[in-house]
Write a protein that binds this ligand. Sequence first.
Ligand SMILES: CC(C)(COP(=O)(O)OP(=O)(O)OC[C@H]1O[C@@H](n2cnc3c(N)ncnc32)[C@H](O)[C@@H]1OP(=O)(O)O)[C@@H](O)C(=O)NCCC(=O)NCCS
Length: 423
Amino acid sequence: MEALKGIRILDMTHVQAGPTCSQLLAWMGADVIKFENPQGDATRGQLRDVPNADSLYFTMLNCNKRSITVNMKNAEGKQVFVELLKKCDIVMENFGPGVLDRFGFPWEKIREINPRIVMGSIKGFGSTGPYAQFKAYENVAQAMGGAMSTTGVPDGPPFVTGAQIGDSGTGLHLAIGLLAALRQRDRTGKGQYVEVAMMDGIMNLCRVKFRDHQRLTRGELTEFSVPTHKGMGDVPRGGNDSGGGQLGNAVRCKPGGPNDFLYVVVQEAVWNALANRIGSDIGMPGLATDPKFAKIADRRKNQNEMWEVIGEFALKHTKRELMAILNPLDVPCGPVMGTDDLANDEHVRGRDMWVELDHPQRGKWFNVGMPIKLSDSPPEIKRSPTLGEHTEEVLKEVLGYGDEQIAKLKSAGAFSTPPKKVA
Ligand SMILES: CC(C)(COP(=O)(O)OP(=O)(O)OC[C@H]1O[C@@H](n2cnc3c(N)ncnc32)[C@H](O)[C@@H]1OP(=O)(O)O)[C@@H](O)C(=O)NCCC(=O)NCCS
C-alpha cells in the first residue's frame, strides 16, 4: 500500500530544488507527471557522463515520474495544461520569478480553474520583499541564508557546504508544506498556495546559529574553539566545532589521507572513560582528573589543548580502528566517509540507500535511496523517464484523449517547440 496512492501531481519543477520534492512524493506513491518544456529539463543535458543519455543530474532526481512535454507558449499546449490542472491534486513549480505570470497562470488563475488544487512554489527569496525578483541557485541561497558566513575557519574565506541544503533542503521543506496543505484540503475542500523561499529554508537550517547570534549580545560563546566576545555581531566560523552543548571536533587519523578523520564528540558523560583509555595509551594516566580538563567548563576553556591530546592518540589508529575503540566506550563518533566509502558501505546497502537501476540510454547506474522509511509504504524505486516518454499515455489515461485529438494537438505544436527562425 502506498502512502500517497491516488494523489496526482503536475510537476513543472526543474533542476534540483523542486525535483527533489516531487521524487520523494513519488516514492511515497504519488503519481507524479513531470510536465516538461519540449526541450526538456535543462539538467537532462548537464554534466553528461554518457553521450546522448540523460545525465545523472537528471536521472538521480526524477525517478518514479512520468514525463510529458507541453509547450506553454502555444495556445493548445496551454489548454492541455488547464485540463491537467483539473485532474491533479498538486501543481508545483520552481521557475524564476514571474514565469508563471508570463504564461498567464498566476496562483489566482490556477485556483479559479481548480479550487481543490494545492500549489507548491519554490523561489530563491519568495514572492514578496526587496529580493523577490532575483533568481537563485544553491550557493546563492547558502550565501544569503547564513550558511556560508558560518562555515569554514575564521581566518579563511566563507565556505559552501557540500550538502545541497539550498536546493534539496528547500525541496524537503516544500514536501512538508504540500502534505499539510493536502490534509487541510481534505477537511475544507479548498487548496492553497504553499511557498518556500530557499533563503528562508537555509535560515531555518541555520537556526542554532541565530541562537548563538543572540547569545553573543550577552557574552562570549564558551564552547567555540575560536575567540568570541560579547557584542561581536556576526557569529564566527567555528571550523569543525560541534556547535552544540558538547564539545566535538574532527581528529586526524592514520594514514593521513584527505578523509582520514574521525569526528569525536566529547560528551560530558564519557569524559572519564575516554580520558582513561587515551591516558593509558599515551602515558598520561592522570588525564581524566587533570584540572585543565576534569570539568566541562575547564575542557571548554582548554579545548584546543584537549584536542591536541586526543589527536596524538588518534594518529596511532585508522579512522575505522578508532571508531572500534571509542564506540564500546559509548563515545559518539564517526569516521569521515568519502563518497567511495559510502557507495561500498554494507550499512548503506543494507538500508537501500545506494540502489542500482537500469536505464534505456545509459545502462546500469546508482541512485541514493529513499531516506524516509515508512513501514507500510516501502518505495519501489524505478528509473527516471526519458523526455516525453509518457506524453501519449498521460493524455489518454488522465485526460481521456483519443488518437485523433492527440494528432491534432501535435500538429498544432502543443507538445513541441517551433524550430528557430533563421534570419
Ligand atoms: C533555477 C533558475 C535560476 C533557472 O533559471 P532559468 O534557466 O532562466 O529558468 P527560468 O525558470 O527563469 O525560466 C524558464 C524558462 O523556460 C520557459 N519554460 C518553462 N517551461 C516551459 C514550457 N513547458 N513551455 C514553454 N516554455 C517553458 C519559461 O517560459 C521561461 O522562459 P521565459 O523566461 O522566456 O519566460 C530559476 O528557475 C529560479 O530562480 N528558480 C527558483 C529558485 C530555484 O528553484 N532555484 C534552484 C534550482 S535547483
